[in-house]
Ligand binder design. Structure first.
Ligand SMILES: O=P(O)(O)OC[C@H]1O[C@H](O[C@H]2O[C@H](CO)[C@@H](O)[C@H](O)[C@H]2O)[C@H](O)[C@@H](O)[C@@H]1O
Length: 322
């Protein structure tokens, strides 16, 4: 008795050449990613090299949130990190000074991460809160003492504070002009605003961008940068994620700052400012999270949040073993 035969699929020249093209395209993508990896080697494969350079130094860990600790998802309000990732970050925070540096408002990113043993820099670094007594300099012009929601004495660093009334007004204007653009979402990130277009019809995205750009022409002192299907609007002050990294690094009270070695992991354009800062200060490690080749100043790479988690697990174990 013979085995049942699969139905015969009729092949034509068109389907054969499409399959060949897909195959060749796949090969080309793999080849270009491999070429990119030569320039930005995997931080996992380079782990021993990283830790040997970090030996005897005080490593300080900086982590972006969206696309780094949580995968990019359709709804910004649902960008949860897994409990497993949270445990790993908690462990890292126990072993190294660790900061979350996000474009989100500080409150919102804290709601996602929910860890008390970390530092938080929200609004692209324009909102940093640190426990009173933890900083070397507590008389910076943008610092104010406050009591946080949990009743702790903290030092808030908010270099864009004076822009707050304008940002609130801007939020309302942006909500009004985008109200009829199906899928557009305006997100309040306290010292900056995100206009999301992930769910806007592709043919309308250009019009939306133009509307936002035209509106912003009447608001001096603001800039627009573009992230993943999002326009990020923030005050044009000399402050970004790189400056936030520098502020924390200089201020966390390391006796000899040349011993402090930053490692920054992030996936988006605004993280490039932190990669540039690491280059400028001439020590530390910059790691871009990307599964496709892209222009970056980062030295190392990781493909996705799953690889970020594997890397952080190894980092924690390494510190525990020395
Ligand atoms: O600095 P980050 O922590 O990476 O924040 C950058 C932006 O992240 C969020 O938007 C991005 O992630 C969303 C959830 O995965 C996704 O839906 C959206 O398309 C992405 O652009 C956040 O909502 C923005 O406000 C941040 O500016």
């Amino acid at each position: 008795m013979g085995y049942p035969q699969p139905p015969l699929v009729p092949l034509n020249m068109e389907s054969i050449s499409k399959a060949r093209a897909d195959h060749n395209n796949g090969d080309a993508i793999v080849a270009s990613y491999s070429a990119w990896l030569e320039k930005h080697p995997s931080a996992l494969n380079s782990f021993d090299q990283i830790t040997s350079l970090a030996h005897g130094k005080k490593m300080v860990v900086f982590l972006d949130y969206d696309g780094t600790l949580s995968p990019i998802v359709d709804d910004p309000d649902q960008a949860f990190m897994t409990d497993a990732m949270r445990s790993v970050v908690r462990e890292v925070g126990r072993r190294f000074p660790t900061a979350i540096v996000s474009g989100r408002s500080r409150d919102k990113v804290f709601e996602f991460v929910k860890l008390n043993n970390l530092y938080y820099a929200g609004s692209h670094g324009m909102d940093i809160s640190t426990p009173l007594g933890s900083l070397k300099y507590e008389n910076h012009k943008h610092q104010t003492r406050a009591i946080d929601e949990k009743g702790n004495d903290v030092v808030n660093f908010r270099p864009a504070q004076e822009f707050l009334p304008q940002i609130q007004e801007l939020k309302k204007v942006l909500q009004e002009i985008t109200i009829n653009v199906e899928g557009a979402v305006v997100e309040d990130n306290k010292f900056c605003i995100s206009v999301h277009f992930r769910h806007v019809n592709e043919e309308v995205v250009g019009i939306l961008k133009e509307m936002v750009e035209t509106t912003m022409e009447s608001y001096e002192g603001f800039r627009i940068s573009e992230g993943k299907k999002v326009m990020e609007i923030r005050p044009t002050i000399d402050w970004d994620k790189g400056r936030a990294l520098q502020y924390l690094l200089d201020n966390l009270g390391f006796d000899n700052s040349s011993d402090a070695l930053p490692i920054y992991i992030g996936d988006d354009k605004t993280d490039e400012d932190a990669f540039k800062m690491i280059k400028r200060i001439g020590r530390g490690f910059s790691v871009v999270v990307s599964s496709t080749p892209k222009e970056t100043k980062a030295s190392y790479s990781l493909r996705d949040p799953a690889e970020v988690m594997s890397f952080l697990i190894r980092l924690g174990k390494w510190k525990g073993s020395i």
